[in-house]
Design a protein around this ligand. Sequence first.
Ligand SMILES: NC(=O)c1ccc[n+]([C@@H]2O[C@H](COP(=O)([O-])OP(=O)(O)OC[C@H]3O[C@@H](n4cnc5c(N)ncnc54)[C@H](O)[C@@H]3O)[C@@H](O)[C@H]2O)c1
Length: 253
Amino acid sequence: MAVILMTGAAGSIGRMLRARLAHHELRLTDVRAEEGVDRLDVTDADAVERACRGVDAVVHLGGIAGEGPFEDVLAVNVRGTERVLQAARRTGVPRVVLASSNHAAGLYERGDAGPDGLADDVAARPDSYYGWSKASMEQLGRLYYDRYGLHVICLRIGSCCERPADPRDLSVWLSPDDAGRLVEAALTATGWRLVWGVSANTRRWWSTAGGLAIGYYPRDDAESWARQVGEPDLTAPENRLVGGPMTAKPLGG
Ligand SMILES: NC(=O)c1ccc[n+]([C@@H]2O[C@H](COP(=O)([O-])OP(=O)(O)OC[C@H]3O[C@@H](n4cnc5c(N)ncnc54)[C@H](O)[C@@H]3O)[C@@H](O)[C@H]2O)c1
């Protein structure tokens, strides 16, 4: 059991994780307070530092979860993450789990994947300002690991939702239960790592190596929903590129 500070706990993934990490002592926070969730704005350095005291790990989910104006993703995702890492270092928290995104590497395509799938740690190739902010968060994590030995596990999450919603999800879905397994594994991982956050999907084309290396064994498979969501057109950019439809949206939303 660990004491875990969760940011963004009122959001979609935060809600999924709360029950699945309930055997830990959870300190749930979000910029939007609600029952059981204290208000914490990750851009407020002093407040983040106070929240980090006595904590074993931070699970950092809070931020803008899609494309937005450059200044906004810079302020909330990048500066907010710097505040979290800085506070963790100052208060002696040994480990931070960062919610990165497939959009940090969204412009790779299926042809870039080797026989074992696209490597977890391919160099960043963002598809949007949002993806750029996630790549920047990853690199801030690397800076804090290299300079201070803070363990930072960056999860390049695919599409995390209750069930696959469209043909792309047959490849990139992360089930809520697997999200719980992934974060649990990340809570004991060491070093600076990039790990795909994806389930054991039959059609997955991203590597399993990064997950296996930290003891993440996904169990769910989007294939069970193939009939409902329909077959993907693999020549269409939304199915050919890691980042899916985001790769065609105007920058800034
Ligand atoms: N859901 C997915 O499929 C997916 C995929 C890739 C990455 N991610 C990442 O995972 C994280 C959680 O995603 P989600 O789907 O739950 O998104 P969400 O939008 O449902 O939740 C994000 C939460 O962050 C909070 N937040 C926003 N600004 C904040 C601030 N300044 N301080 C503290 N909290 C703030 C919001 O109030 C919200 O509750 C995000 O960082 C997102 O980028 C999600």
